[in-house]
Ligand binder design. Sequence first.
Ligand code: B12
Ligand code: SF4
Length: 353
Amino acid sequence: MAPTSTDLQALAQQIKDWGSELGFAHIGISPASNDAHAQRLSEWLQKDYHGEMAYMAEREQLRASPAELHSGTIRVISARMDYLPDAEDIESILGNPDKAYISRYALGRDYHKLIRKRLSQLAEKISAVAGGSHRAFADSAPVLERGFAEQAGLGWIGKNSMLINSKAGSWFFLGEIYTDIPLPTDPPQETGHCGSCRACLDDCPTGAIVAPYQVDARRCISYLTIELKDSIPEDLRPLMGNRVFGCDDCQLVCPWNKFAQTTTEPDFSPRHQLDNSELINLFLWTEEEFLDNTAGSAIRRIGYQRWLRNLAIGIGNAPPSSAAIHALKSQYPVADEMAREHIDWALARQQDQ
Ligand code: B12
Ligand code: SF4
């Protein structure tokens, strides 16, 4: 017998309660189509803002078409998990050019697996009581995550392109379950709460927010330090300061983040003092130390050479010191051609100042 709308209402509430037990701060449900966001994605791709992230262009159609990715999908269950850890004060690290700034999301355990596992547990609970076909994602497949989350009432997209929640800011991850159960949907939150504020546009170190709601990834420090495999354009290097893995500036200056909540997830706590380390100390890690210290972390996927590349830029932007020059020279033998070019750049900056 087909479920009644009362059954489906009760199931939607049950899913939200289970979500909360599994550590999610907000669960919302939306229809499985989103033409407005698909159109914006298409414009973004046409402008080449995705740079070398070929996967963004290759599977464009799938991103906004859940049923093509998982047959039968008619609803998207979007979930939010807060990640802001209890860590060293951000301003004190960003303001100290000898320290390495690592974005808050990457200080602890990699979120992809953790969130997908929890969402799979949620999907199993749904299956057990209501059957159906479900699939869980957390930045693990072509899914227009912010667009669906906005549609499910988890927040609204700000000028920095982050999904912002009026009660919780933007320091959170998103994940989804695609389902074929016709659950009742949640109303979207009102959008447009940025008003005349343009703090993120003005404060982005590299001018990557080229217009409200539009990030040219090719200039974004997150892309440069994490996604880009090769040499980082020279003109952008001085602007990166000490940001060596990701960047949080457009969230830091966002007034809505005064409402941000710290995470309750112990796995997102900083490991190996990554929230308060000297650039030089991290740069001097051997490859073995890099692999040991980043096991289970999102940092590991950039590999040792890109780690050296990013840290070399940070050191090139730091005040001159013999310790910096010594460190740069001592890692030269283990650096590949691409990382060496950044070490040369950093040495020239250190010796010129
Ligand atoms: C590619 C990608 C990146 C790229 C490109 C960023 C970008 N803005 O697109 C790079 C590597 C630069 C990046 C950086 C970061 N990312 Co990222 N990224 C993604 C990914 C894989 C796809 C995003 C995407 O679809 N981009 C395409 C463009 C078109 O989408 P968009 O920028 O979101 O644009 C939307 C709006 O701006 C809006 N829009 C566009 N034009 C207009 C015009 C008007 C008038 C309006 C109203 C709206 C509007 O529509 C667009 C489509 O929905 C998602 C995961 C996923 N599968 O969705 C994570 C994701 C978006 N990233 C995330 C995070 C945490 C980050 C960083 C904070 C990491 C860091 N600290 O370094 C930074 C933030 C930089 C920023 N300001 O976006 C989170 C965001 C959570 C949240 N609260 O929003 C996600 C959802 C991953 C996750 N599962 O949690 N990221
Ligand atoms: S993450 Fe940093 S570089 Fe990227 S858009 Fe935000 S402020 Fe600019």
